[in-house]
Write a protein that binds this ligand. Sequence first.
Ligand code: NAD
Ligand code: GLY
Length: 381
Amino acid sequence: MRETENPTEMTTHLLEDREGNLAIDLGDRSYQIHVVSSGLTTLHQHSALPDAPSAMVVTNTKVWPLHGSALLQSLQQRYPLVHVVQLPDGEEHKNWQTLNLIFDALLQNGCDRKTVLFALGGGVVGDMTGFAAACYMRGVPFVQVPTTLLAQVDSSVGGKTAINHPLGKNMIGAFYQPLLVVCDLSTLDTLPQRELSAGLAEVIKYGPIADMAFMEWLETSMDALLARNKDALAHAVRRSCEIKAWVVGQDEREAGLRAILNFGHTFGHAIEAGMGYGTWLHGEGVGVGMLMAAELSLRLGLVDAGFVDRLRTLVRRAGLPLRAPVLDAEDNAGRYLALMRVDKKAEAGEIRFVVIDGPGRAAVRAAPDALVREVIDAFCD
Ligand code: NAD
Ligand code: GLY
């Protein structure tokens, strides 16, 4: 059985520059992650932004009316021309057709190699804008302005960009880093509660894989997070970004360690694809997926039942589902297994799972199909 170990349990690794901003260390592709209480209206002042004749805001029809004008007014103070393209909203639109709308807008507006793209929205907008930036004229600069909790704690950082394929989640994409990430906490005021909970799944994941002190903090702070207490949200976003930056700084292209960030995602992606994109939110799939992966870890003898119970309590308190959907009435476990074989971590058709190898430590390994079937059966009614 092949294993990839998480070589170091992360406790405290502060990745700050002299001004106290988080930074991700990737050599000449390094960039800052700003976590601010309000930042859209002053974004144009940022020194990381390149001068250019034009910029394009890529957003969607839901986010633009809520937060578009603040960003537009700022960018107009910096760029002579600011174009806007509004994509249809939803995971079901994270595909070629929608990606092409960005290329259409770039070409129709005569955008060139210097045009700076700004992704204003959640992970769907961010992943598609990043992919468009990677492809347009073989690469143009882009900035992440994430407006969901999920995007602020995970998808805007680290340079994974992608669209979905009907056969598999995020299967077509590129590694392409932004110039800057600005997490404006005030944008979370308009986020529906279900989306806040979905974002909490990606926050929770950092505890079991890397930082038990953070898991303990989440246990005491979950009510404050659900109530959108700004100090609690600021800490959750900062700490999540720190851990992610620390992992990505060591393994940008997921040769090994970075895979631990996919804790819960192997089961979760199967749920998203199997139910049809957009039916279950990404974070909901990850939430129950973490519980399934923890259960697998338990059955592999890597963690004890007490740890799995703690994680379940946290996921329940975040308002996330604890049970997984049936994907096929005839052969449910078989359907899950078939979908999980399309996962990017699979090798030669062998599924590899992120398991918890003791609290605060993750590992990537294969597991016998029979054991995985038992876990799926235990979670699906
Ligand atoms: P999303 O982008 O669909 O946003 C969720 C919903 O909230 C959408 O309806 C969106 O329009 C709306 N919304 C966004 N900001 C809002 C605001 N401030 N107020 C009100 N509504 C707002 O979903 P998500 O959860 O942000 O991201 C999920 C996506 O991220 C998935 O496609 C997943 O694969 C991807 N992802 C990528 C990475 C990565 O490393 N690139 C990591 C994790 C997840
Ligand atoms: N969200 C997993 C990663 O960025 O690697």
